[in-house]
Ligand binder design. Structure first.
Ligand code: SF4
Ligand code: SF4
Length: 419
């Protein structure tokens, strides 16, 4: 695609990056059918190609309005279009930059700004989020049924293994996961303990930065990233082998620290090192599969009552991190029957804060995704990201679990425990 980027941005780092990305797009349109919002709305301006064109126009100095911003806001950043694109257009980076620029040009209404500031503050502070959740859970029995579905029941944390092995890895707790599903990281720690790896949580590590970054508070997001880098690097220096992610949404972001901080002279090298050391828990367990298989082999796995599983692969896993088929293989090797679901590439509508800021579209996507996942009559749905998990729980008629918990229960007990 030919470009004529406005002089005010052409020679900036983001101007150079955006121009390079725009020039890779051939305007072929293969990405349209992969785009969930184009499928729902049928408007080319709500498709990848349309949004790329809008960003190009803006960067070439054409006037932009709230309408342009709305088309970019409706994008889920699911990156399904990247998976489909034959030219390798890095749409995710492009839309991040485009959104940052349009935010500066068009701004937000006071109400939108307030809503976004509250989201950034609540979702990135485990203390505030956990306190509000506890209050909601306390009041849950008194709430109308429709509201009760929005407040998940309280979960008790299970035991973290005490053993110290010579091998260790770091794990990110994340912002909302410890309050909503405290067993996910405990299950990951138990699995790794059994293959001889101690999982440790670094003090001072916190939000991966994705929430602020994708709400266009990009400097705030980068500050979260720098804080995590400072928290994790000493552990890597002391021999921790990897930084393990149990939420694919955080994982995709930490794997991009190197890219996002590449122009920061104080952090570029450190960020690249952190990204290179980051692994989704499925990648770690796949690498340890010999030890894992021994554990599973020793189990007398009965005909479990709940063993038909539909796996929802989060966009941040399949499109963002390009990890496909690994979790399905691990679950199948543990004796679960994976039931197929159509339209695997489509987003469930969670997408960070999208389910709050674009609730109508999000609910349509949820309905379609639940219908697809439940079409094979599974006993349960498994996924790999806390955001998808909570969102799917809001529409599914069967339990929705993190796959690591299923594997942990299978290793611990040989069969599934009800919940
Ligand atoms: S983003 Fe890729 S698939 Fe879409 S129009 Fe451009 S080149 Fe074609
Ligand atoms: S990231 Fe997802 S929603 Fe956004 S343009 Fe690409 S396919 Fe469509």
């Amino acid at each position: 695609m030919q470009t004529d980027i406005d002089a005010s941005i052409r020679n900036t780092p983001e101007g150079r990056e955006v121009e390079a990305i725009l020039r890779t797009c051939t305007h072929c349109g293969f990405c349209l059918t992969a785009c969930p919002t184009y499928q729902l709305l049928g408007d080319e301006l709500d498709s990848p190609r349309g949004r790329i064109y809008l960003i190009k126009q803006m960067l070439e100095g054409e006037p932009v309005t709230g309408k342009t911003q709305q088309h970019l806001d409706r994008c889920l950043t699911c990156r399904s279009c990247e998976t489909t694109c034959p030219s390798g257009v890095q749409y995710g980076h492009l839309v991040d930059i485009g959104r940052g620029i349009i935010e500066r040009k068009v701004g937000r209404s006071p109400m939108q700004s307030l809503q976004r500031a509250v989201l950034r503050s609540v979702l990135t502070s485990p203390g505030i989020f956990g306190g509000l959740l506890k209050m909601g859970q306390f009041m849950r029995p008194a709430l109308p049924a429709a509201l009760q579905r929005t407040v998940p029941p309280a979960r008790n944390a299970t035991a973290w293994p005490q053993a110290h092995h010579s091998r260790s890895m770091l794990v990110l707790d994340g912002c909302v996961q410890p309050a909503l599903e405290p067993n996910i990281n405990a299950a990951a720690a138990r699995l790794l303990d059994k293959v001889g790896i101690t999982l440790i949580r670094a003090r001072n590590a916190g939000c991966c930065g994705a929430v602020s970054y994708h709400l266009n508070a990009q400097q705030e997001g980068l500050d979260h990233m720098r804080r995590n880098i400072d928290a994790w690097l000493p552990h890597l220096d002391q021999g921790a082998e990897a930084i393990v992610m149990t939420a694919s949404g955080c994982g995709v972001t930490v794997k991009e620290y190197g890219h996002l901080l590449k122009h920061d002279p104080g952090y570029a090298d450190k960020a690249a090192r952190i990204s290179a050391a980051t692994r989704d828990i499925s990648e770690v367990l796949l690498a340890e599969k010999v030890g894992l298989q021994k554990l599973l082999h020793n189990k007398d796995i009965p005909d479990a009552h709940c063993e038909k599983v539909a796996f929802h692969s989060p966009c941040t896993l399949q499109h963002g991190q390009k990890i496909t088929g690994v979790i399905e293989t691990l679950l199948a090797s543990a004796g679960f029957e994976l039931v197929p679901a159509p339209d695997r590439h489509l987003c469930c509508g969670s997408a960070g804060t999208y389910s709050i800021l674009q609730s109508e579209l999000s609910q349509l996507l949820l309905k379609n995704k639940v219908n697809a996942l439940e079409s094979g009559t599974p006993d349960m749905i498994a996924t790999a990201n806390i955001g998808c998990l909570m969102h799917l729980q809001g529409g599914a008629t069967v339990p929705v679990r993190h796959w690591v918990e299923l594997l942990d229960e299978r290793v611990e007990h040989g069969s599934m425990e009800g919940r």
